[in-house]
Design a protein around this ligand. Structure first.
Ligand SMILES: Nc1nc2c(ncn2[C@@H]2O[C@H](COP(=O)(O)OP(=O)(O)OP(=O)(O)O)[C@@H](O)[C@H]2O)c(=O)[nH]1
Ligand SMILES: [Mg+2]
Length: 250
């Protein structure tokens, strides 16, 4: 199913819709059009930032101050679930709904199923680092809550770099993985050079550009081909996977 059919079905069938976003990439993981659709259908919208275990305390506080009505959680670390549940129940009660149906939307691999499992206190939904793990739309019982797990859906399927960074498209399916890896490196150049240096145990030289850094990472990892040339292909995929899996942190 395409993006809008899934989103429309989820929104139609639920009373409360959780919009799941990646706390590491708040700007690119939200979707205004989805929010508008939820409001248009007069459903309750709860914005949820997940994977907060992957960001620094300072950054989290900054995001919390900016996004006051959002909930901050980690599905796999089971953080913030009580608050999320409370918010769901309080806002439903206010709308006169005793047993709310809960829908979940968000791009692939953002951590939707992990949140459902944390709410359910058991593994009800399949979780993996492959984008597109959940197939079809299915209701899951999570304690007293009924939640509709849905496949991750992408509205901006033409922006490959964005999808790559979001982990919404599996690395081996990217047409231009190099650009994705370089864009990830650029984020670190802009916001957290030291973390990149620390993680790959290398030093970023004065005036190095993102491509120089990619080669430096390959060298630091010992990804070398004959003649001591850096295996760029291998390095590119390493960077994308380290970022996707939350090992490499801003
Ligand atoms: N560190 C961290 N990793 C998480 C968190 N939530 C999910 N993940 C990881 O992110 C990946 C995707 O999680 P899923 O819950 O399967 O994501 P999804 O949104 O249901 O994905 P699709 O069904 O493919 O759309 C898995 O590798 C999870 O282990 C979290 O809060 N923190
Ligand atoms: Mg899923």
């Amino acid at each position: 199913m395409g993006f809008w059919p899934v989103v429309k079905k989820v929104v139609n069938e639920s009373d409360v819709v959780l919009e799941i976003m990646d706390a590491r990439m708040p700007k690119i993981s939200r979707n205004d059009e989805v929010e508008d659709l939820i409001k248009l259908h007069k459903k309750i919208l709860i914005k949820v930032y997940t994977k907060i275990d992957l960001v620094s305390k300072d950054y989290l506080n900054f995001l919390k101050a900016k996004e006051k009505d959002s909930v901050f959680v980690s599905g796999v670390r089971n953080i913030g679930m009580r608050k999320l549940k409370e918010k769901i129940l309080i806002s439903s009660k206010r709308a006169g709904i005793a047993e709310p149906m809960i829908g979940i939307v968000g791009y692939p691999n953002v951590g939707k199923s992990a949140i459902i499992n944390a709410l359910a206190k058991r593994a009800r939904a399949k979780v993996s680092n492959k984008a597109g793990t959940t197939r079809g739309i299915q209701w899951v019982n999570a304690g007293s809550l009924r939640i509709l797990d849905s496949p991750g859906v992408v509205p901006w399927s033409d922006d490959e770099i964005m999808l790559g960074i979001l982990g919404a498209k599996n690395p081996e399916r990217l047409r231009d993985p190099e650009s994705v890896a370089l864009e990830i490196i650029k984020m670190f150049l802009d916001y957290g050079k030291e973390n990149l240096e620390k993680f790959y145990k290398m030093k970023i030289g004065e005036g190095s550009d993102k491509y120089d850094i990619l080669l430096e990472i390959g060298r630091a990892r010992g990804f070398l081909l004959k003649g001591n040339r850096v295996d760029e292909h291998r390095t590119i995929f390493q960077v994308i996977r380290d970022w996707r899996d939350g090992k490499l942190r801003l």
